[in-house]
Design a protein around this ligand. Structure first.
Ligand SMILES: [Zn+2]
Length: 236
């Protein structure tokens, strides 16, 4: 199970008041700080998945890699910080947290942290399910019997082909979840879609148009559409 948690914590502690250049043009500007030194193809997959999720709300994302302005970020700007840790140093509580978006008690924050080692752990659970399913299907074929529906629930038949992009998809979906918390100053979770409190490992196999488990709900899309027109800026 993946849980994404928003911690109530003091925000903006690292930001100075210094002004620098104007933000890049874009509906939403994401400063991606990659402390994991991800390979380019993985970064590309992460960005493409996040772009796809937000495109449902008509929101286009401008990506800025490994840079962040030394000023208070605007309402349409945020940081994604990919950390190499498993996140356990951040919590006293559950250890299955893959992302957090620290914010104040009104929901205002600008940073989305994703714990890469935790994404690796989830991928490993998926690898185990894939291997179990593949072996069970081979055995069923040899015996000439039907595959147990339980096996189909573990992993799709082409799970092996999906493994190479799986970690990136986990990171992307966790990051997108935290982004919605930040952009909408949203403190609560939804019953369905991207903003559920936790994801099931079996859902992570979904690719492309199968990505339904990670879609935005209609109210979230409506709220996010305020970003899909030129913004006038201003802090919040
Ligand atoms: Zn959350």
């Amino acid at each position: 199970m993946i849980a994404s948690l928003a911690l109530a914590a003091g925000a903006e502690a690292s930001e100075g008041q210094q002004q620098d250049q104007a933000p890049p043009a874009g509906d939403v500007v994401v400063y991606l700080l990659d402390h994991q030194y991800l390979p380019t193809d993985e970064l590309t997959t992460i960005q493409a998945e996040i772009n796809k999720i937000f495109s449902d709300a008509g929101v286009r994302i401008t990506w800025v890699s490994n840079a962040s302005p030394r000023r208070r970020l605007l309402a349409n700007e945020l940081r994604i910080v990919v950390l190499p840790s498993d996140g356990t140093r951040w919590f006293q509580g559950p250890s299955n947290i893959i992302g957090i978006a620290p914010h104040d008690d009104t929901g205002i924050g600008r940073n989305c942290f994703v714990f890469y080692r935790q994404a690796i752990w989830f991928r490993q659970q998926a690898v185990w399910r894939c291997r179990q399913a593949v072996e069970a299907r081979i055995e069923a074929a040899m015996r000439g019997v039907e595959v147990d529906p339980y096996i189909d629930s573990l992993a799709p038949e082409d799970c092996g082909d999906r493994l190479p992009s799986l970690t990136a998809l986990i990171v992307a979906r966790a990051a997108a979840h935290e982004m919605v918390h930040i952009l909408l100053a949203k403190l609560d979770h939804a019953d369905e879609g991207l903003m559920r409190q936790s994801f099931d490992i079996n859902e992570l196999w979904a690719v492309g148009s199968e990505g339904g488990p990670f879609r935005l709900t209609d109210p979230e899309i409506t709220a996010l559409r305020s970003f899909s027109t030129p913004t006038t800026g201003g802090s919040r």
